[in-house]
Design a binder for this molecule. Structure first.
Ligand code: MG
Length: 171
């Protein structure tokens, strides 16, 4: 079944939102690296790459459904934050916003009886649970660390272990 215009638009908006996430996280990564936190910067760069693969997942889906891709405007990505904690708090707030957008998209697809979109959106619903849990854990760790340099250094070195996932896994 061809994509209905309002579902096509909603999917295109989500493509832009995922690419905007990628761009926002790239800005956060630049701040973290400039603050001499290479592990946290690496974690955030990987996050940025993942968001790009999320956008591409929907991009391909729109094309597979014989829809037309429309790419929206990306906002300026800030590279200035008050602290590493402020970065991850902003990332957590951003993920909560994305979860809301995915939920709205899911409701729209269900209402329009666009059942072909639901397996894709199920994947995104599950992914958002993981995204929020991961970033909330880092916020908790950083809050617990307070300004304690040694603990922040330890967290930074731990977070360096995160490496990019292959694009085709879509994670
Ligand atoms: Mg995403």
């Amino acid at each position: 079944m061809a994509l209905q215009p309002e579902i096509e638009k909603a999917l295109n908006d989500q493509i832009t939102a995922e690419f905007a996430s990628s761009y926002a996280y790239l800005g956060m990564a630049a701040f973290l690296e400039a603050e001499s936190l290479p592990g946290m910067a690496q974690w955030m760069r990987t996050q940025s790459q993942e968001e790009w693969t999320h956008g591409m997942k929907i991009y391909q889906f729109v094309l597979d459904r014989d829809g037309r891709v429309a790419l929206g405007q990306l906002d300026t990505a800030t590279t200035e934050f008050d602290s590493p904690l402020a970065v991850f708090e902003a990332a957590a707030a951003h993920e909560r916003k994305i979860t809301g957008l995915i939920n709205d998209l899911y409701a729209k697809a269900t209402e329009a009886r666009d059942f072909a979109s639901l397996p894709l959106l199920d994947w995104f619903v599950a992914e958002q649970v993981e995204e929020e849990a991961a970033v909330n854990q880092i916020v908790d760790d950083l809050r617990r660390a307070g300004g304690e340099g040694h603990t922040i250094l330890m967290l930074d070195r731990e977070m360096a272990a995160r490496t990019a996932v292959p694009a085709e896994s879509g994670a």
